[in-house]
Design a protein around this ligand. Structure first.
Ligand SMILES: Nc1ncnc2c1ncn2[C@@H]1O[C@H](COP(=O)(O)OP(=O)(O)OP(=O)(O)O)[C@@H](O)[C@H]1O
Length: 252
């Protein structure tokens, strides 16, 4: 078990003065599904956004601590944020495809990076769509607008867009919250394949999803990391009463 991202004493306060993350220490394990779960407002999204510096865009009053990735503290000001976001890609809770064709949506990042060879782009688009478990459904309509496919397919398209850039880590913030059970199952199934090659951090849609997919799980409550450990152990025999209450549905 190898750590991919190491969070050390991370604290974050937005401009409203409320501490959204309080001295968080957690490891993101490589080639595993790392689940951050807990009730709304616990700080899960804030932590995810810190991993690829999306919090730079928010009104943050105080940020301290370290986030180590590939031998570097990515909170240092000299971090190349564009490069960081290519290595640590993110999928949001609502699919936001670009107003372009399916092919263009997946090829977009590579085109921006200057890749012009059509055969290379075609290969990358197919590979990413296969990994996102969408290829079979769309391979004959790659020139259709992205708006013409279902919400569940759009979400897998957004995943494929991230995968085309061959990131090292994929952050998924409630990626199935707007999806039907069949599309949800497809995304969960692709996570199992994706973790062979990538490191996954998932904020799940609910506790049941957390328990289904978590190799490692961290329970967040009001900005604090209450409990962290191997998924199966944490859901079956949590050590802390607050975790137990939450996973057994007594609150939240
Ligand atoms: N951009 C922001 N500006 C100000 N406060 C924010 C911002 N983003 C989050 N917060 C606050 O930080 C706290 C933690 O929110 P965060 O979204 O990280 O939690 P969460 O566990 O992901 O919850 P949810 O499941 O509702 O997304 C909340 O009190 C929230 O209101």
């Amino acid at each position: 078990m190898q750590s991919k991202i190491s969070v050390q004493n991370l604290s974050l306060t937005y401009s409203d003065g409320v501490e959204s993350l309080h001295e968080i220490n957690v490891e993101v394990i490589a080639n595993a599904v790392n689940v951050f779960f807990g009730p709304a407002g616990g700080g899960k999204s804030s932590l995810l956004r810190a991993f690829n510096r999306l919090n730079d865009l928010a009104d943050v009053r105080h940020l301290s601590g370290e986030i180590w990735f590939n031998g570097k503290n990515i909170l240092e000001p000299d971090t190349d944020v564009i490069e960081l976001r290519r290595k640590i890609g993110m999928v949001f809770s609502r699919p936001v495809p670009l107003p372009l064709t399916l092919w263009e949506n997946v090829a977009y990042g590579l085109l921006l990076m200057g890749e012009k060879r059509k055969n290379r782009l075609d290969e990358a688009v197919e590979k990413a769509l296969r990994l996102a478990a969408l290829w079979d459904e769309v391979k004959d309509r790659l020139n259709d607008p992205a708006s013409a496919i279902s919400g569940g397919q759009q979400q897998r398209l957004c995943l494929a867009r991230v995968l085309a850039l061959e990131p090292e880590v994929i952050l998924l913030d409630e990626p199935t919250s707007a999806l039907d059970p069949v599309s949800t199952a497809k995304i969960e199934y692709s996570l199992l394949e994706l973790k062979e090659q990538y490191t996954i951090v998932l904020v799940p849609h609910n506790v049941q999803q957390a328990a289904r997919v978590a190799d490692y799980a961290a329970f967040f409550l009001q900005g604090r990391l209450v409990e962290y450990g191997i998924g199966k152990q944490l859901f079956v025999s949590p050590k802390v009463k607050e975790t137990e209450d939450y996973v057994t549905g007594r609150f939240g």
